[in-house]
Design a protein around this ligand. Structure first.
Ligand SMILES: [Zn+2]
Length: 102
């Protein structure tokens, strides 16, 4: 009977120790103590626009000359078309627009 009591005591003691250890780990690993609920609410209040902001700052655009997909920051815009390079922009401009004029 005493052994059972001892076991129960050990069980509670270990649980308390585990909880304390876990709390210490959380405090050490997380710079923002407390439940993540508050942080999540604060993040949500910033609006879905922030979270849905494009991960890619450079959307790919298609070159009107060769069809290559280029980051928009590197693309060349000429005559309302986007090109992968200045060379292709010139080539497209120099080419007689027979396709369009027909
Ligand atoms: Zn091109």
């Amino acid at each position: 009977m005493r052994q059972i009591l001892l076991l129960i005591f050990v069980f509670f003691a270990s649980q308390w120790l585990f909880k304390k250890l876990k709390r210490a780990q959380a405090a050490a690993g997380n710079p923002h103590p407390g439940p993540g609920n508050g942080a999540g609410a604060a993040r949500a209040s910033r609006g879905p626009a922030a979270s849905s902001a494009p991960q890619l700052p450079d959307p790919l655009v298609r070159c009107a000359e060769c069809g290559l997909h280029t980051p928009s920051s590197e693309s060349v815009v000429a005559a309302g078309h986007r090109f992968c390079s200045v060379d292709h922009a010139h080539r497209h401009a120099a080419r007689p627009t027979g396709r369009d004029a027909r």
